[in-house]
Design a protein around this ligand. Structure first.
Ligand code: SF4
Ligand code: SF4
Length: 159
């Protein structure tokens, strides 16, 4: 063990169970880059501007997020089917649950694992892979304070 090793130095297990918890429910943001917007628009046969108008919204910090439906489900989540754009889903969706804001502490990881049944299941992911994913997770990178954890827990979209 080295002094700089993260708490997850032995790796972490994760295998998505496709329950949909992270795409549904309470309000959350899914940040999308210009390149991701281009890929999503192409997938739907839309011009980038059409896609932006129909499926995105601007966040307070100026970033662009996917919209959500009334009730908080991601605009691309179809109940009973899952993600409509799975092959081109944004980085933020791919990198879950290895986000900086989740893997920064075991306590935070355990809190999220209560609502994401894929965490602590399936194959073990190596610490160096987790670190690399978390450093480019597509999120805002903000580490929530204790007061924010309750509202953010259980969603792979940022609260
Ligand atoms: S909450 Fe976890 S197990 Fe469920 S769909 Fe999301 S990532 Fe997969
Ligand atoms: S785009 Fe992301 S949050 Fe939306 S349904 Fe697909 S995986 Fe879920």
């Amino acid at each position: 063990m080295h002094a700089g090793d993260p708490w997850y130095r032995d790796g972490l297990r994760f295998q998505c169970q496709r329950c949909g918890n992270c795409c549904t429910g309470g309000s959350g943001s899914v940040r999308v880059s210009d390149a991701e917007i281009e890929a999503l628009a192409r997938r739907l046969g839309l011009a980038d501007a059409e896609f932006r108008a129909a499926y995105t919204r601007r966040l307070r910090d100026g970033a662009v997020s996917l919209r959500e439906r009334r009730g908080g489900d991601c605009v691309f989540y179809e109940r009973g089917q899952g993600c409509r754009v799975y092959e081109v889903r944004p980085t933020q969706c791919r990198s879950w649950p290895f986000w900086r804001s989740v893997v920064y502490s075991q306590e935070r990881w355990d809190e999220e694992a209560e609502l994401c049944p894929g965490m602590n299941r399936g194959p073990r992911h190596a610490a160096e892979d987790i670190r690399a994913i978390s450093e480019a997770d597509g999120t805002s990178g903000e580490i929530p304070g204790r007061a924010d954890v309750g509202s953010a827990a259980g969603s792979a979209r940022e609260g």
